[in-house]
Design a protein around this ligand. Sequence first.
Ligand code: GLP
Length: 250
Amino acid sequence: MEIYCTKDYEAMSRKAAAIMAAQVIAKPRSLLGLATGSTPVGLYRELIAGCTAGDLDFSRIVTVNLDEYAGLPGTHDQSYRYFMDHNLFDHINIDIANTHVPNGMAPDPEAECARYEARLRELGPADIQLLGMGRNGHIGFNEPGDAFIAPTHVVELTDSTIDANARFFASRDQVPRKALTMGVGAIMRARRVLVVVSGADKAQAVKAAFAGPITPQVPASILQLHPDVVLVGDEAALAGLKGAGCLRCG
Ligand code: GLP
């Protein structure tokens, strides 16, 4: 595992974007696994700048997203389809038909999960899977539980996740209670996993995930079993690893 500790959010975004950009340049037909949340926004901004400058070409890139809220259409400003379009896809030369996000409005969410999983299998392993992390150690919407769940599945969001995501909605009541998420299977099949974390409120989860036991109570801890993980975080988010003697920052 490679760990890059950066001074702040902006430096984290530049470092992580450089890793994604290297992938896009090295393999113009890459399959990129993408993530939502506030953490990757700066990274996406850097990729947009690279594309605008003519340094990055996304015309043959294919993407798969981790998750989507159940019950939100792609036109809803808190849906993850909307997030991806507005924070990345609308600003780069990607073919939107090559971008995949689970359909939160599918009448039968279980069937939609099966369809999405089949599509993931058809596309093959992601060349690189980007991940943020929830404060409870969740990845995608794989919430803490009794077991790791491999395929794409419907999940009941935990109170902690609903609380954390309420800031994006008019009120907590409006946060969907369910989501469709890629399971840990497709995440672990990715050739490389790039985890981005920023801020002191992630420090505990980062420490538990990478310096604690591998347990479904901390879903990100399964990444300890992946052969090629790159963790890019700012000093505040990596403070717990530093404390555990796993890392020297600066
Ligand atoms: C959501 C997403 C995750 C993301 C997490 C953290 O729950 N499903 O994929 O990693 O939020 O978000 P943030 O980066 O805003 O802290």
